[in-house]
Design a protein around this ligand. Sequence first.
Ligand code: MG
Length: 157
Amino acid sequence: MRVGLGYDIHRLIGGKSFRLGGILIPCDKGPVGHSDGDCLYHAVTEALLGAAGLGDIGHYFPDTDARWKGADSAVFIRETVALLQKRGFQIGNIDANLLLESPRLSPHLEKMRGNLSELLAIPIERINLKARRGEGVDAVGKGDAVVCQVIALLTEK
Ligand code: MG
């Protein structure tokens, strides 16, 4: 068994649409990013690459590459899952913290789990998402950032 830790942070500014876990969520701010800025998908990708010992998201999907400009971040997960399959890894489970001050994410968590279940090709029961607020402190608490922390377990065939 192998574990990997994923982390991502995106600055939030006005006039941008907000996507998280593949869902467009009504919000007065959105993430600054080269791709669609989906913080959860980026952190999941990092956790999977980490568990497999394959480096990080910037190595495979650099933000200097025009191919990823405005990209649907689901592609990063799909390509990473294909890499893992090629190397004989299976995904055990995913657990994540989603840190955002507003809006509340709880109404969207089931849909996000469904999206991840499909992308990772694992049962939804193996995906756990926890939404937290920043209690008015730090960049999350002040509404200036979204942060996602993800841990992934892989098994080797
Ligand atoms: Mg990112």
